[in-house]
Design a protein around this ligand. Sequence first.
Ligand code: ZN
Ligand code: ZN
Length: 454
Amino acid sequence: MDFISLGRANDIGASCHYLGVNGSGIVLDAGADPNGEGPASLPDFSPIEHHNVDHVFITHAHHDHIGSIPNLNAKWPMAWMHLTPATRTLTTFMLYASARLQRRKFDEGSSPFRALFDEEDLDDVFDVLCTHDYDQWIDLGSEHLRAKLHYSGHLLGSAGVLLSTPDHRRIYYTSDTRSEAQTMIPGAAHPSAPIDVLIMESTLGADPVAETVTRPEEEVRFARRLASVLDRGGTVLLPVFMLGRAQEILALLGRFKMQNLIDPETPIYTAGGLREVSRIYDDYRLSTPRIDPDFEVYSVDQKRFPRTRKARNRVLNQPGILVLTSGMMIERTLSHQVAVELLENEKHAIFFVGFSKEDLPAGKLLHAAQSGAEGMLLSPDRGMQQIECEVDRFRFSGHAHRRELTALAKKLQPDTIILVHGEAEAKRWLKQNLREHCPEARVLTPSQGERVTL
Ligand SMILES: [Zn+2]
Ligand SMILES: [Zn+2]
């Protein structure tokens, strides 16, 4: 059996891995780097150019797991793509939105790259998508090669993939996962031990704080800080990812209002695609794992964040909460535009509630604020700005912290662990600590394109 990571190995970029099992070619995820553009954002398919790809598993609808589906489909049009029904719906929405965005950026000159795919390419993809519920064996055609999707606790529709091979080995790909419950969705339901080969995510491997924070404590701290900004008449910006973090945070804000932890009359503003995604969350509330299936994201009263400058200024002059994309405050997105407006006023706050890469605006602002820098360049148009508003980070990640990951590995008793989806430092910490938790296991951190024989 062969394993090759096709995306950049020491990064949270394009997730895409190849497994050659008894003559069958299996690809796990077909992502693109959400912070990259053009061909460089895609996985490098050249190491498997002359291989067959028979089956593709799409674990969830984040761009770093789906963004190269059309490109993979163009190369291997006969490969079936397996995913849950909710992931199919979300993927459809996200990929059409991505095709439109890529075309617009090229047309208006803000990107030098032509769109990597268009709507017509996507129409072809939908012929090869096969949906499966969790915990059902999927027959992969060749004798005794089967797969099963396990609920992974990361976001709506997310799954880990269990493969059972003709030589009776069990391979488990966690993809992005979280064992503890979030606000709306419960924690993961991983397969039982033993697993022979564990392919495990590493996102929070270099984050020593995440494991020291309990969710209930963090919720209390978040509610108090929100209330204090609102009490002084300020606006709170919560930059969020459109899919997952946005809906979980809206659910949490709804609960805070019910519990009177923040003023129930506080207006909450949302905009753009995250509103559509919230609708999909609500549509699937009875057919996917939920803590409270009766809860709807749209039961939390939301106003649409206005488009005109004048109307926006009115919003920013009153206490309110803005739940806006993008999570990493990429330039020209709504959260970036609003951050530029809030930064120099001590009344306001920008609170981060998800993962932020250090080299992107959210990470840079957080670093600048935490290191006591007086100013920063958030927008070249605006020039240097003083950091007067409150800036903080709250840990409501959809990923397992690193001690959850080592505990999971210990429980599954693998012979081999392959660390993926994390920066070099994160993998280094995990590899070192797994020696203690899984002393018998071989821990691998293959580089991009490196072929590992298992
Ligand atoms: Zn994800
Ligand atoms: Zn991911």
